[in-house]
Write a protein of this length. Structure first.
Length: 93
């Protein structure tokens, strides 16, 4: 028998191809450009509570007084100087 089908009046059922679902590809998130990341990092101020600021100043003033062997009369100056230093470090001035 040859490869050609006989035409004897009977129809062969058509076989439909199965449809294969295409995989959905999630859209990739675009990374922030390096310039924007650096700019965002430069302008970010560290956020500290008033209590944390107070404790930082007190600790620094204590160590300054300790270096002077707790000499009388300079405690207010130590506090004010330490206040300025902490504020400069935090970018508040």
């Amino acid at each position: 028998m040859s490869k050609k089908a006989k035409n004897d009046g009977t129809q062969t059922p058509k076989v439909s191809k199965k449809r294969v679902a295409k995989k959905k590809v999630a859209a990739k998130k675009k990374a922030m450009p390096a310039k924007k990341r650096v700019a965002a990092a430069k302008h970010a101020k560290p956020v500290i509570s008033p209590r944390e600021r107070y404790e930082m100043i007190a600790t620094m003033a204590y160590y300054r007084a300790e270096q002077r062997n707790f000499e009388h009369g300079s405690d207010q100056n130590d506090w004010f100087e330490c206040e300025q230093i902490v504020d400069e470090m935090m970018g508040n001035r």
